[in-house]
Design a protein around this ligand. Structure first.
Ligand SMILES: [Zn+2]
Length: 594
């Protein structure tokens, strides 16, 4: 293809004029000053959405209006000072200052190419962070980045669905970035070597996130998002777990045809069954299970509690453990994963037993399923209720009311209610309100700080939750079973909080230790559970819960036992050894705990 010569000439002359226009020397000093002023305004304007000064709307929850946490960086600083982490506070303050200096430097680097590249990264970070604030009313910490990565297949649909929110954010980010890119007269510029400052900021911030395992993850834009992204993709230091992703992706291979032949329930049923799956609650870190820090005082004095003691989860990673649980998998099934996920799930049994299947999710929006939910499961769910309050530690409190309302609305129905509770996933410092701090660190080591935060989070998320639930919930015709998806390492020397693979990453028993208790007013069921709980205390696992739910739904004892083994109605065989899976369904290792 050839251009007509006159058109080619026009194109060339436009290119030459553009090249001249990009040369700051051809500008008047007034224009240069105007650009400089615009850049100063832009530096402040970058933070305007984070301060709630623009259109990004606060989240309305009930009668409350919740704003994005405006003082994110200062919150982190005050948290570090409150826990006497002075050295960390100084390093953090210096990093934030370097990050701010880096932001200013990006806009005044002489080289168009280097300034352009840095501004491009800035534009992407700002657009992402503003959209995140608009949609979730929170900043983008690693958990969210992970969630978005897991749900990346839905990206196009999400952008389309939320276009009205996202496009203005992208536009605002683009305008700011253009101002950042405007060339300046020589005298205002810095050489390209200064580009190392913003890069140093990102490097330092990433190192702090990894070193503190997410206790610190708030930094000014664009350093914060870049560092969170980097640390999330690093397979070290409590960073994003590749294991969890592979577990999630292993869900493919599901058969579309899922007609199961199993007998209808024959026995007496319990009308309201509530299964609560908590997040990252380690069983032996609850004072109700004799932990020395009294983080569950109200559970300890709750006489209606049928406590099975410290149990062992199916696996040490959220998705892996939860999928195993919902499909009633046991030891041995994991090796035949494809076969196991094509068996009936708890939802199939609930529906077949005539239960209204309701799912309360504190992680995902109503049209979005996480935790390895397969389409075969979501199709069986009659109603999904999302509780996504902000700040996120309010979600479990809200769940109490949602459970109450759901059961009251279905008073005359049979209801199976499954709750994916929000819990205390790392980092722990933001899993409870600051004013509810009860425990302070015993020393200044990171592990002391983590344990204090963890105990506060447990007191808030577990003890407070059940005290409130007890006040509002009638246990009449109701069975409640509570456990957590996995435990935690809570160790000074191990980089991951959970999800270690047991092969090249050490796995400790604590990753599999979970709480397990039940509540019911059903006399027969309650009596049996109390008996086994006292006889077999500290000898149960996740594997006994699934068959217990089936028995409560009325499925026949012998039939259930043949397929799923012992339930919580059976006293564990003496000498029984418990173990949980570490790793992913594709690469597992069984970790023995007894
Ligand atoms: Zn988890």
């Amino acid at each position: 293809m050839t251009f007509p010569s006159n058109n080619l000439g026009t194109a060339l002359s436009i290119a030459v004029r553009m090249q001249k226009a990009m040369k700051p020397s051809s500008w008047s000093s007034d224009y240069g000053l105007l650009c400089l002023k615009l850049k100063i305004i832009a530096v402040f304007a970058i933070f305007a959405p984070q301060w709630g000064l623009l259109w990004q709307q606060p989240m309305v929850s009930g009668n409350e209006t919740l704003h994005a946490p405006k003082l994110w960086v200062l919150n982190t600083m005050s948290s570090l000072l409150a826990t006497s982490s002075f050295r960390l506070a100084i390093v953090y303050a210096v990093t934030c200052l370097i990050a701010m200096a880096g932001l200013i430097i990006i806009s005044i680097i002489r080289s168009n190419a280097i300034r352009g590249a840095l501004v491009f990264a800035l534009a992407i970070c700002c657009a992402f962070e503003y959209s995140m604030l608009d949609l979730t009313h929170e900043f983008s910490e690693r958990e969210k980045i992970k969630m978005f990565w897991e749900e990346r297949d839905l990206a196009r649909a999400m952008v389309g669905f939320y276009a009205a929110y996202i496009y203005p954010d992208v536009l605002y980010s683009a305008v700011l970035s253009l101002i950042f890119f405007l060339p300046l007269p020589e005298r205002f510029c810095l050489s390209k070597r200064w580009a190392l400052v913003p890069l140093l900021g990102v490097g330092l911030a990433t190192a702090e996130i990894v070193y503190t395992r997410g206790i610190i993850e708030a930094f000014p834009l664009p350093t914060g998002l870049s560092a969170n992204l980097l640390s999330a993709f690093l397979p070290v230091g409590g960073g994003w777990s590749w294991i969890e992703r592979s577990g999630y992706e292993f869900m493919s291979g599901l058969k579309a045809e899922r007609d199961f032949l199993f007998p209808a329930p024959v026995g007496k049923t319990i009308d309201h069954i509530i299964m609560i799956m908590d997040e990252s609650v380690r069983g032996d870190y609850l004072s109700v299970n004799n932990y020395t820090v009294d983080d569950t005082p109200r559970l300890k004095t709750d006489t209606s509690l049928i406590n099975f003691g410290v149990a062992v989860s199916g696996a040490n990673c959220s998705v892996f453990s939860r999928v195993m649980f919902r499909f009633g998998m046991r030891e041995g099934d994991v090796e035949n994963w494809q076969q196991a996920i094509n068996k009936p799930s708890i939802w199939d049994y609930a529906k077949h037993g005539g239960y209204h299947a309701i799912y309360i999710d504190t992680w995902r929006s109503p049209f979005n399923y996480g935790n390895g939910f397969t389409p075969a499961e979501s199709q069986k769910i009659d109603k999904k209720i999302s509780v996504l309050d902000d700040p996120s530690y309010l979600r479990d409190e809200k769940v109490v009311n949602v459970i109450k309302q759901t059961l009251e609305a279905g008073a005359n129905e049979k209801i199976f209610l499954y709750v994916d509770k929000f819990g205390v996933h790392s980092p722990y410092y933001d899993k409870y309100p600051r004013e509810k701090t009860i425990f302070t660190p015993e020393g200044s080591a990171l592990i002391d700080i983590s344990r204090a935060h963890y105990a506060n989070a447990i007191a808030w998320s577990v003890d407070n939750f059940f005290a409130r639930l007890k006040n509002v919930l009638s246990m009449d015709r109701t069975l409640l079973i509570y456990t957590s998806d996995h435990g935690q390492t809570l160790s000074d020397s191990l980089p991951l909080s959970h999800c270690s693979n047991g092969v090249d990453q050490k796995t400790v028993s604590g990753e599999g230790y979970v709480p397990l208790f039940a509540k019911t007013n059903d006399e027969g069921f309650g009596k049996l559970l109390r008996h086994t709980a006292s006889e077999g205390n500290n000898h149960f696992s996740h594997f006994e819960i699934f068959p217990t739910l089936l028995l409560a739904m009325g499925y026949e004892y012998k039939w259930v036992k043949e397929r799923y083994g012992d339930s919580l109605l059976d006293i564990p065989a003496s000498g029984k050894k418990r173990a949980f899976y570490a790793g992913s369904p594709t690469r597992t290792r069984l970790i023995s705990t007894d």
